[in-house]
Ligand binder design. Sequence first.
Ligand code: SF4
Ligand code: SF4
Length: 112
Amino acid sequence: MTYVVTDACIRCKYMDCVEVCPVDCFYEGENMLVINPNECIDCGVCEPECPAEAILPDTENGLEKWLELNTTFSAQWPNITTKGAVPDDADAHKGEEGKYDKYFSAEGGSGD
Ligand code: SF4
Ligand code: SF4
């Protein structure tokens, strides 16, 4: 198994998760983060840290799309290990429905 980041992260990007991951397996896109499923050790410490509740274990039903997205883009985007600037409008997008269709970007972030 692994943990995955869902579209609840899109445009929230609080990055509390990267600070606690013991194996630094988060990767940064333009407006969301993903987890590398091959590096994640399933410790679960990131899940309760996410203010957007965007991180879930892939043992939950219906997460295949997000597992695939995490796998694909963690291989393309830069690694991120420390919390950067949170978007000014992050709170406005917290809990918004349908963020993947509205805002997903395949562009990488800047990483660190
Ligand atoms: S804490 Fe949650 S919303 Fe913030 S970057 Fe991590 S997964 Fe995304
Ligand atoms: S479950 Fe643990 S290893 Fe996996 S991404 Fe979260 S903090 Fe990192």
